[in-house]
Design a protein around this ligand. Structure first.
Ligand SMILES: Nc1ncnc2c1ncn2[C@@H]1O[C@H](COP(=O)(O)OP(=O)(O)OP(=O)(O)O)[C@@H](O)[C@H]1O
Length: 293
């Protein structure tokens, strides 16, 4: 995808546009949420007491070290595993109390799991995102097909429409999965490391796309990422899990200014510079870097 790929203005018949009910409401709110796993009847809490907001119209990035619980949190918000305590509210409604069909209309998810999709084309795969909106036959009508075309164009993947989904590269497939999430026309999109397989220009493009779609479609978008420098530049809101599992929230400026990025990610070899918002090599790594120039 070219870094300057334009985002088409929007699907022809959006069910979620600014001004519709729900617009201007808080988006996603975590209220004392605890997430984790049940093992042999015991509850293993990975994260506890999470309180945060991801407003509509804004890009929220979820940051934290490996294994701290980012995917567990996103999977819980997506309804793939139950919350252990507390609530997650979307526009004031408890996500846990929504029916499967309601949730499917409101929340779309892009996870890192690679599933086999059989003989579907990329456009078919994106069309799966329309199913919460189709009638009992599940058949796509002209409007649905136009939304599929829009979603593919929005991620710069129109040229992939007729390709077998199983034959796509990891990066191509990731764009198609994002298009599927867009085609769902949700209120909330959850993405777990959506740029992990993308090359550098595409990372910037997809991240900027997420932010632009949040604004243009009045979506709450929550993205987990290890792409710290980029995400701290483009995010509206940051949810940063530190090494103790405490959640720090606020604008990038607020979270950086609190020192939480440094305490979470600084090590002997790498330090975050709050002024330039970049990581600098230190110690042996810096000396090795000097020596090899
Ligand atoms: N199915 C499971 N059952 C029990 N524990 C699990 C399960 N899946 C993950 N965990 C544990 O939960 C914790 C959080 O894992 P999670 O994948 O949410 O972290 P993460 O922040 O997304 O990590 P990464 O950045 O490495 O992707 C880890 O200790 C992990 O081992």
């Amino acid at each position: 995808m070219p870094a300057t790929a334009p985002v088409p203005p929007g699907p022809p018949s959006p069910s979620e546009t600014p001004g519709t009910p729900g617009a201007g409401t808080p988006g996603l709110c975590l209220d004392g949420l605890a997430v984790g796993y049940r093992r042999r009847r015991a509850r293993h809490r990975v994260l506890d007491g999470l309180t945060a907001t991801a407003p509509r119209g804004q890009l929220t990035v979820l940051l934290g070290p490996n294994g701290i619980g980012k995917s567990t949190l996103l999977r819980t918000l997506a309804g793939l595993q139950p919350a252990l305590a507390g609530r997650a509210l979307l526009d004031g409604s408890d996500l846990n109390r929504l029916s499967g069909a309601e949730r499917a209309r409101k929340v779309s998810t892009v996870l890192t799991d690679r599933v086999q999709v059989g003989l579907l084309t990329a456009a078919d795969l994106v069309g799966l995102g329309r199913h919460p909106h189709t009638g009992p036959t599940g058949r796509l009508d002209d409007t649905d097909r136009a939304v599929v075309d829009w979603a593919l164009a929005a991620v710069g993947a129109s040229q992939l429409a007729t390709r077998d989904a199983d034959e796509l590269s990891d990066g191509e497939r990731q764009r198609v999965m994002i298009a599927r999430a867009l085609a769902q026309e949700p209120s909330l999109i959850l993405l777990d490391e959506p740029t992990a397989f993308l090359d550098a220009p595409s990372r910037v493009t997809v991240t900027a796309l997420m932010r632009r779609l949040a604004r243009e479609r009045d979506l709450a978008v929550v993205v987990s990422t290890h792409d710290l420098e980029l995400s701290l530049r483009v995010a509206d809101q940051v949810w940063l899990l530190d090494r103790a599992g405490n959640l720090h929230t606020g604008s990038p400026q607020e979270v950086i200014g609190s020192g939480a990025v440094n305490t979470t990610f600084d090590g002997d070899d790498l330090r975050f510079d709050p002024t330039t918002r970049t990581f600098e090599l230190h110690g042996d790594a810096a000396r090795w870097d000097e020596a090899t120039r």
